[in-house]
Design a binder for this molecule. Structure first.
Ligand code: PTJ
Length: 242
């Protein structure tokens, strides 16, 4: 048991969740490494949603609002850390949810679908694997025809840069959540929320409910500028920590 009084309580709880995810066969073993990298950036970001991340969550919500067909892609880490919130977001935005894994295995997809169903998720895609993301080799290209393949807007948190690029080449609007503002995914996406997925998904939900003029938010959105703000924030924090 981690005592609530521990100064790093929340971070330790997330570690515990990810480790449990590995034990249950939901999180891939390399998900631990991805989580560690994320943790390091979260530390630099002050483990709080900063203003640039709130703005990005608003832009992501705006794109989801105008989407003809939005799909939320879920991997092992995302399911374990934010599965419940993702199911709620899917319902509120009318977006489909697809379990889509980098290290694909039918067993893990099945387990993640069961987990999301236990949170109230319905008609979760992923098992069929009846389409391929153009221009990618290997199993990580496999996706669902009714999901990612035919979506116009995809929310792909904690995504790999190659796949993000391939989705962009297919003409999709790519929204991502990535604590690392330097990652290829962060730089390739149309909207990058530089924040922890545990905070970013509830923020998209909150912003979605508030949206009045989605087109205006989209017109004024500049992902590069937002990423620069995230980097400037990190640099300032490093300079002024002591
Ligand atoms: O479940 P699978 O098989 O689909 O595999 C999922 C992982 C995450 C293992 C796989 O996609 C992977 O290896 O991802 P990468 O390339 O390591 O990228 C993960 C990115 O997410 C990194 O840039 C991390 O900084 C970031 N990240 C990690 N944890 C979080 C995060 N971003 C937001 N919130 C987090 N909690």
């Amino acid at each position: 048991m981690i005592p609530k009084s521990h100064p790093r309580y929340e971070s330790l709880i997330l570690r515990k969740k990810i480790a449990e995810g590995v034990e249950k066969g939901i999180v891939h073993i390399t998900g631990l490494i991805a989580h560690g990298r994320g943790e390091a950036f979260d530390y630099l970001l002050g483990e709080k949603t900063q203003s640039f991340a709130s703005k990005a969550a608003r832009a992501a919500a705006a794109f989801m609002r105008v989407a003809k067909k939005a799909v939320i892609s879920v991997n092992g880490n995302a399911a374990m850390l934010a599965g419940k919130e993702i199911v709620k977001l899917g319902k509120e935005t009318n977006a489909k949810i697809e379990v889509n894994l980098f290290h694909r295995s039918r067993e893990r997809i099945e387990k993640i679908i069961r987990l999301l169903e236990s949170y109230g998720g319905e008609n979760i895609l992923g098992m069929e694997g009846d389409a391929r993301i153009d221009g990618l080799e290997h199993d990580r290209a496999i996706c669902s025809y009714d999901g990612i393949y035919t979506a116009d807007v995809v929310l792909v948190p904690l995504e790999d840069g190659d796949r993000c690029e391939a989705l962009k080449k297919m003409g999709k609007i790519v929204l991502t959540v990535d604590l690392n503002p330097l990652s290829r995914t962060a730089r390739m996406a149309d909207v990058t929320i530089v924040d922890n997925i545990t905070r970013a998904i509830p923020n998209i939900r909150k912003e979605y409910k508030k949206i009045r003029d989605a087109e205006k938010i989209i017109r004024e959105w500049n992902n590069e500028k937002n990423l620069q703000q995230a980097l400037d924030f990190i640099c300032d924090r490093l300079r002024n920590l002591y």
